[in-house]
Structure formats: structure tokens, C-alpha cells
Ligand binder design. Structure first.
Ligand SMILES: [Zn+2]
Length: 137
């Protein structure tokens, strides 16, 4: 591949076409706000008509949030259920030798579940926001 071709592909993958419409004035286009010294990627967009700014997460971020929330959530749920059943068995047979460690592990798993639930929540929020801004009037 010669240099020209390389430059061309790089340019086309970096086109700055805005796909988002401003929700405030309903006319302006939302353009990515690049600050000097910042990496090229940004999820902050600003309207070219009324200066309305909004954070619109990229699809990559939303996708990553979904994957980690689902994978992490499944693991935490599995651990939670496993320790819960151990606690229940301990209660049933009145053996309390391991119950405190199982309870604390359950608490940790529950905490992780909350965290992954929050990640999932943020991913859904991000999708909603993208939808809101990319809606054509
Ligand atoms: Zn606007």
C-alpha cells in the first residue's frame, strides 16, 4: 500500500460528519468538542447554533458497558446464589461454622451486582441519549 492510499483510508475513517441534532434549538448540529491537548476521541458534543453541550457516549463505550455489565453481572449473580444456598443449607442444618464468610462473600457479590446494574443502567441511558439526539425532527 502506498502512502496516498494510507492517507485516504485514514481520512475517511475520521470524517467529522455529525449525526446528532440539537435537542434545544432543534436546528443546529451537534459537533464533537475537541479540546486542545486532548486525545481525538471525545463524547462531549456542542451545538453549532446555540452552544448547547451534551455528553453523548459512543457506541463502543455503550457496547463495552453492556458486555461488562452482563458478563460481570452473571458471575456475581452466580456467586451470590452459590453462597446464598450455602447459607441456607447452614441454617437448615444449624451449622454455623462457615456462615459468616459466606455472608460476607454474599455481601461482596451483591455489591458487585449493584455496580454492574449501574453500568447497565448507564448503557441504557447512553442509548436513550443517542436516540434522542439522532432523531430527525
Ligand atoms: Zn442548538
Amino acid at each position: 500500500m502506498d502512502n496516498n492510499e494510507l492517507l485516504l483510508t485514514r481520512k475517511s475513517s475520521r470524517r467529522n460528519q455529525s449525526i446528532f441534532t440539537c435537542t434545544k434549538c432543534k436546528q443546529g448540529k451537534m459537533n464533537p468538542l475537541h479540546q486542545e491537548g486532548e486525545p481525538e476521541y471525545t463524547d462531549i458534543f456542542t451545538c453549532d447554533k446555540c452552544d448547547h453541550t451534551a455528553t453523548i457516549p459512543s457506541l463502543v463505550i455503550i457496547f463495552t458497558q453492556f458486555i461488562s455489565a452482563i458478563a460481570g453481572g452473571m458471575v456475581s449473580a452466580y456467586l451470590f446464589i452459590q453462597h446464598l444456598s450455602k447459607v441456607l443449607t447452614a441454617f437448615q442444618f444449624n451449622t454455623s461454622d462457615q456462615i459468616s464468610s459466606d455472608l460476607s462473600l454474599m455481601a461482596v457479590a451483591a455489591l458487585f451486582l449493584c455496580g454492574f446494574g449501574y453500568t447497565l443502567f448507564r448503557a441504557v441511558l447512553g442509548i436513550n441519549r443517542r436516540r434522542k439526539y439522532s432523531r430527525k425532527k
